[in-house]
Design a protein around this ligand. Structure first.
Ligand code: GDP
Length: 420
């Protein structure tokens, strides 16, 4: 059959604002729960003398997982007519940030939950900040527990406006604000009759409107050179195509050394593998018209879709080194096949990854902290912004022999921020 599209989403929000209830409801209403799960949860609730809650569904899963039965809570899935969804679990900020920055998890879209009765809390704002830190641009804000404020449009608008102002300053532009009552199932699967003033989609319809990123094949070509071999007097450039497509005869730019040439051949071992074009994900060898001295680390790209090239850039990093990350110290940076010396030129902001509190006047980044930094490399580096290309916008920092940090490129340093 045709492969179904998969979208990874993360659900974040201040504790008790309704994360588990929203997830439990989505799973229940899309019939994604294992056989008998609801009955079991109902029975447990009754035994404890408590009313049934959708939020218990997740606890029940976790409990079963501990006992080695059934579901992996880090892989909660449900489906709509349009596609499959995987809910990326964010057990704590620290794990989530670490997994996202290192590439172990990849949330493509986010749902941020705010309790309508409690209003926006510090933690809600910090979650907004996480989204901006990770370059997650697809986000909806769910204003939950509308039942507790009599489904008031005025209160909904108040919260929406306040959150919108805050998020815009972070350059996060939520695509939608949805008033819901997860507990009573309002605006979850179908439009709520309790809120006729809301003209938008319920959650399940709205998430189908998140646009999936273009596939790697249709992104700009990024072919980092892994090695150059001499073979029969020909220089064969080998590597893995991270994104894009390459054809024999294409004009290509070799970056950052800025040489133009043409693709002469695509190498193959057996006749059956002969091809004129190669795609993202393939490990290949090619030859080019001009026999430059190409070296490991350089990117082969199409000239009209060049990557960024600089020795100074802004990044968001997660530090897990045994020693703190210190300004001005030399480290090794690895991005795609490039490896070069770098230093942290400045720490713009350091954040405790567990509480998401800002650490004032940080001169260093401690283990398990997150930071916005400006990095300087000893030579020119080519890269992309993470939001444009996750493979060439991500790097690791090596301290001595240990991989001690991961980072994502957030942008170039603007002239007015130029550093001496
Ligand atoms: P989490 O900590 O964010 O996962 O929050 P939960 O989903 O566990 O919900 C916290 C409490 O709020 C629970 O007692 C829920 O029953 C309750 N709750 C969740 N959604 C709603 C809602 O829409 N209306 C009301 N009145 N209570 C809700």
């Amino acid at each position: 059959g045709v492969e179904r599209e998969v979208l990874n989403i993360v659900v974040v929000g201040h504790v008790d604002h309704g994360k588990s209830t929203v997830i439990g409801r989505l799973l229940y209403d899309t019939k994604s729960l294992p056989e008998g799960a609801i009955d079991r949860v109902k029975r447990i609730a009754k035994e404890k003398g408590k009313p049934f809650e959708y939020a218990y569904l997740l606890d029940a899963f976790e409990e079963e997982q501990k006992q080695g039965i059934t579901i992996d809570t880090t892989q909660l899935q449900f489906r709509t007519e349009q596609r499959d969804y995987v809910i990326i679990d964010a057990p704590g900020h620290k794990e989530f940030l670490k997994n996202m920055i290192s590439g172990a998890a990849s949330a493509e879209a986010a749902l941020l939950i705010i309790d309508a009765n409690e209003g926006i809390q510090e933690q809600s704002k910090r979650h907004g900040y996480i989204l901006s830190l990770l370059g997650i641009q697809k986000a909806y804000v769910l204003i939950n527990k509308m039942d507790l404020i009599d489904y008031s449009e005025a209160k909904f608008n108040e919260i929406k406006q306040e959150m919108n102002e805050f998020l815009h300053n972070l350059h996060v532009f939520p695509l939608k604000y949805i008033p819901i009552s997860a507990f009573f199932g309002e605006n979850m699967i179908t439009r709520s009759e309790k809120m006729p003033w809301y003209k938008g989609e319920p959650i399940l319809k709205a998430i189908d409107l998140f646009e999936k990123d273009r596939g790697l094949e249709s992104k700009p070509l990024r072919f980092p050179i892994q090695d150059v071999y001499k073979f029969d007097n020909r220089r064969i450039i080998a590597g893995r195509i991270e994104s894009g497509t390459l054809h024999v005869g294409d004009e290509v730019l070799i970056s950052p050394s800025n040489k133009l040439t043409k693709v002469k051949t695509i190498e193959y071992w057996a006749d059956k593998d002969k091809t004129d074009s190669i795609y993202a994900g393939m490990s290949v060898g090619i030859t080019v018209e001009d026999e430059f001295f190409n070296q490991r680390g350089e990117f082969i790209v199409h000239p009209d879709q060049a990557p960024l090239v600089s020795d100074t850039f802004k990044a968001n990093i997660f530090w897990m080194g045994k020693k703190p990350l210190v300004k001005g110290t030399d480290y090794k940076l690895k991005l795609a096949t490039q490896e070069l010396e770098c230093e942290i030129h400045s720490i713009v902001k350091a954040i405790d990854a567990t509480t998401l509190e800002t650490i004032e006047d940080a001169g260093q980044v401690k283990t398990n902290d997150v930071a916005e930094v400006i990095i300087r490399t000893k030579k020119q580096l080519c890269f992309d912004e993470f939001k444009n290309n996750q493979l060439t916008g991500r790097f690791v920092i090596v301290d001595g022999y240990d991989v001690s940090g991961g980072g994502i490129v957030s942008g170039l340093v603007k002239a007015w921020q130029a550093v001496s």
